[in-house]
Design a protein around this ligand. Structure first.
Ligand SMILES: [Zn+2]
Length: 166
């Protein structure tokens, strides 16, 4: 889709206006009260994130983002109070530096680990390290479990759940 500069600026101005109204009173939406998206995957731009929230009538979101997103989300939280409530940090948990990166993210303000989406076993060493890290940091963990691929190349994620209840 090609959009003229004028239309783009008009749309951005409209988003800013709507977002400003919600940020002043997050309960003002068609649902009759605040609704939080607690599984909001970070979009590329602030405008795209606000457009998603406003389009769905959401008052705020807990953002799922890469582990290096603290500065970006911190800025947005200040710009739009009540819209970006917190964030979960993710990274490639098959890499040896995963624990350090996620620990750094939590110390920088992330309130949880996730969404962790890797081609690993649910009870395998990579995720066991992440479960232990979440416990150590005292934060929740969000894992993408998927036993059936949606396409021939997608694969599966965090499969074979066999952990016993504590
Ligand atoms: Zn997700």
């Amino acid at each position: 889709m090609v959009m003229s500069r004028r239309v783009l600026l008009k749309n951005v101005a409209a988003i800013a206006t709507v977002s400003s109204v919600y940020s002043q009173d997050p309960s003002r939406n068609e649902w009759g009260g605040p609704v939080v998206d607690c599984h909001h995957h970070l979009r590329r731009t602030l405008e795209a994130n606000l457009m998603h929230l406003d389009g769905a009538g959401l008052s705020g979101a807990v953002v799922l983002a890469r582990e290096n997103s603290a500065d970006q989300i911190g800025t947005w939280k200040k710009q739009y109070p009540g819209r970006f409530l917190g964030w979960f940090a993710s990274t490639d948990i098959t890499k040896p530096e995963a624990e350090d990166l996620l620990t750094k993210a939590v110390k920088a303000g992330a309130i949880g680990l996730g969404e962790l989406k890797s081609h690993v076993a649910a009870a395998g060493p990579e995720l066991r390290r992440m479960y232990a890290l979440a416990a150590e940091l005292n934060v929740p963990i969000l894992v993408h479990f998927q036993e059936v691929p949606h396409t021939s190349t997608e694969g599966t994620f965090a499969t074979g759940w066999t952990l016993k209840r504590c």
